[in-house]
Design a protein around this ligand. Structure first.
Ligand SMILES: CSC[C@H]1O[C@H](OP(=O)(O)O)[C@H](O)[C@@H]1O
Length: 363
């Protein structure tokens, strides 16, 4: 996607042919800082600190982290070490394990002398696959917006989304936002209610930034406002991203998604989840019981980072001194609350039958 006319992906190999470039998402929307990662430890830090975040993107960046590690040491011990190290950076998004498993499967049986070139090629293939996959998610989600626009000609189509599942959460195009971009580009008057998404504010900071740069009408709202808007007919449908979908259609996503799904169900608002194949965890059936939920630092809840009037980034404490905080970063929306899933292969029910219908080859 573009920022002020310049095309960007969220991760790419530098002109030097080996170091890895990312946008520092902890500085957006205030500063466009492009970081250059030169070893796997820097990749691990970028993922842990959320300089890069978003399930598909952390998988793609981790794949390049494997290539960086093997460039320094192409031994089997090095490969196993970097896969284990990067695999521990964040527990919930299955794309991280998916990408690392794919890299290990591609590289493990190669002679050490062939591993570096193969690692960069496989990481590039993962990145290219993600971009094309997300573009196709947009194509399969677009009819949902067309149908609403046809029912209310001349009126705006109101979509609510949570967190950031745009191109910044993927290599390009996004998942939940991909259909929105395509609808906007074909002239559908789409408007997006952007959940701020406490505590890290990926919505207010990243989704709003993306939509603004693409010219998509949007309004930032407090996380707690969505149910009220649905009660008053202001939301035509919800589309969110996800970090892991079980084979039964349970959806792990940013904290607060479950509450939005409950409000949507109570108000008869369709609740759709957009995801690439790399987000499906076929090994898990019960999301609430089995998906590990990342617990992040208390300071993300007690403190707030923003830009001062004179342009400085500053972090202030917003909670009472001495008050502890809990910070589960994700929750799980049971399949029964999900209207359907939008994938690169089409749309389906949030069920095992639905997913296996789209992915018959899944083990
Ligand atoms: C397209 S995946 C987006 C997904 O990832 C976000 O989590 P985080 O920002 O912590 O990496 C959030 O759950 C989004 O829905």
């Amino acid at each position: 996607m573009k920022i002020d006319g310049t095309p960007y992906r969220s991760v790419w190999v530098d002109a030097d042919g080996w170091s890895v470039r990312i946008l520092d998402q902890t500085k957006l929307p205030w500063q466009l800082d492009i970081l250059r990662l030169t070893d796997a430890q820097q990749v691990a830090h970028a993922i842990r600190s959320m300089q890069v975040r978003g399930a598909p993107l952390i998988g793609a960046v981790a794949a390049y982290g494997v290539a960086l590690a093997l460039r320094a040491d192409a031994s089997t011990e090095s490969l196993n070490r970097v896969v284990a190290m990067l695999g521990e950076t964040r527990p919930t998004a299955i794309n991280l394990r998916w990408a690392l498993d794919r890299m290990r499967a591609r590289l493990h049986n190669l002679p050490a002398g062939e591993r570096v070139a193969a690692a960069y090629a496989e990481a590039q293939a993962i990145a290219d696959d993600d971009a094309e996959t997300c573009r196709r998610i947009g194509e399969h989600g677009l009819p949902l917006l067309r149908e609403i626009a046809a029912r209310k000609p001349g009126e705006r189509v109101n979509v609510l989304t949570h967190c950031n599942a745009g191109w910044l959460a993927t290599v390009d195009y996004g998942t939940a936002l991909s259909p929105i971009y395509q609808a906007h580009d074909e002239g559908i008057p789409v408007h997006v209610w952007v959940d701020e998404t406490r505590p890290r504010n990926q919505g207010a900071a990243l989704t709003a930034f993306e939509l603004g740069k693409h010219g998509v009408a949007h309004t930032v709202i407090a996380d707690n406002a969505g149910g009220h808007l649905m009660q008053h007919g202001e939301v035509d449908l919800c589309i969110v991203g996800t970090d892991r979908v079980t084979r039964t259609g349970d959806v792990a996503n940013k904290i607060g998604t479950y509450l939005k799904a409950l409000a949507a169900r109570d108000n008869g608002v369709p609740f759709w989840v957009a995801l690439p194949h790399s987000t499906i965890d076929w090994r898990v059936g019960d999301g609430v019981a089995e998906i590990p939920i990342e617990e992040r630092a208390e300071a993300e809840v007690t403190d707030l980072t923003g830009r001062t009037a004179d342009g400085r980034l500053e972090t202030i404490r917003v909670a009472a001194e001495g008050s502890p905080a809990a910070n589960p970063a994700f929750d799980v929306t049971p399949a029964r609350l999900v209207t359907g899933l939008i994938t690169e292969r089409g749309r389906c029910d949030a069920s095992e039958a639905g997913l296996r219908g789209l992915y018959p080859e899944a083990g």
